[in-house]
Design a protein around this ligand. Sequence first.
Ligand SMILES: [Zn+2]
Length: 489
Amino acid sequence: MNRFLAPLSKITEWEPPIPRQHLYAILMLAGFSVASVTLLPSPTELLANNPISVNSEDLSADAALADIPAADTEYVTVPDHELLGNEANLVDGLDDDTAPEPQWLDYQVKGDDNLSVIFNTLNLPAKTLHKLLEVDIQNSLIRLKINQKLSFLIDQNNVLQQLAIPLDGDRRVLFARQGDTYVSKIDGNVQQSSDDDSSDTVSKPVQVASTATPAKAVNAAEKETTKKPVAKPSRVIKGKIAGAFVVSARNSGLSNNQIHRIANMFRGRIDFRRDLHKGDGFRVLFDKPHNDDAKILAVTFTISGRDISAYRNADGQFYDESASNFSGGGTFMRYPIPSQRRVSSGFSPNRRNPVTGRVQPHNGTDFSVRVGTPVLATGDGVIVKATSHRDMGRYVVIRHGGKYTTVYMHMSKLLVKPGQKIKQGQKIGLSGNTGRSTGPHLHYEFRINNRPVNAMRVDLPMNEGMGGKAKRQFLAKVREYKRLMNQAG
Ligand SMILES: [Zn+2]
């Protein structure tokens, strides 16, 4: 009998194993996921410091209108392979064996944020947030502070692998995926930069494992973090373009992974399908003689006699010879249209089609503008698509530097061609009502690592100029790298 009673008495004594406030948050969030997420005001419970001021200038229209069926919008969900077609890969001939590595994505907490809005902005499911809250023993998620920087590691299947939240001092809370759930722990802040090429962090254990003896491996790993990037025996790989870039690159000794990295580095500057011709060449400088675990220090493409180079700086990012950021993607304008900013339908992963009742994510922001309004490129880049589609109408896809892509749909007239390089603010077409659209409007998407995110709320990359001492040190490194590459003949 006792055997049966014991559990019962336990139940009567049962108390929520988590703080009451926390429990409320979970319950509220559970409610959110049923209703529309963006319509609700920020629950103050979700922010510890809450001098919340709503930045109405660019956000309220978006949030308030997100789920009202607008007269001028579209209810289509175009699969990615239709959007980019054969341009989906940066270069021809690199297949699935080089699946992109997960990338860190930063988000700075804004004044009018709450957790649902943040997850919505980054296109992460509410379910993921619930799972994190369940293991948030430090309450770090419900005590977010304005301007706090959250770092998300998201894989190509849109699954959150890690989330890092800085605490006071050097510590941080790290949530890591384990099976179908998450575990959280506090650790010392391993200085982690989202813009550094992620393979450095991701592949480190592999490097260690592949080295001969454990003792040596640890040594090598330690050295790597302390010594100057110019390691003594460096290595230069040289290649000439003959046919497809991938073939030439493989023939020169570059691995698929390295080809991927280089293509990513130069996206927005070189169109690998169209710019490279027979006789053009490339040089890649590595910090080690062995290919497997070597770090790329510099890359130069010589195209029609002209050099385009990228050099690794101490921060792990690549810059050109004038010290402007190569992998950062440059700067972006928030809006793709000159003045009117009427958002008729906002970004919404949970948008419901008013006719079918089905959830149909809205991957972009719709601007209600009259036909013929100039559509502007929001950043420098290369046009990869400028064509027509039955749902998207006349549309343009621009590949920018770093991990960014922008998409513009339903235009009446296109003013650019695939392969064309364009500047921020340049007119790429005129808005319209083509494709499956219910009224004149521009549908605009902002994508990071090809995942659509909320263009109106996401942190846009900033062009941090390198100054003073840092620049002098970088330029000295550039000279050294150039010397090493030229030495190779
Ligand atoms: Zn739209």
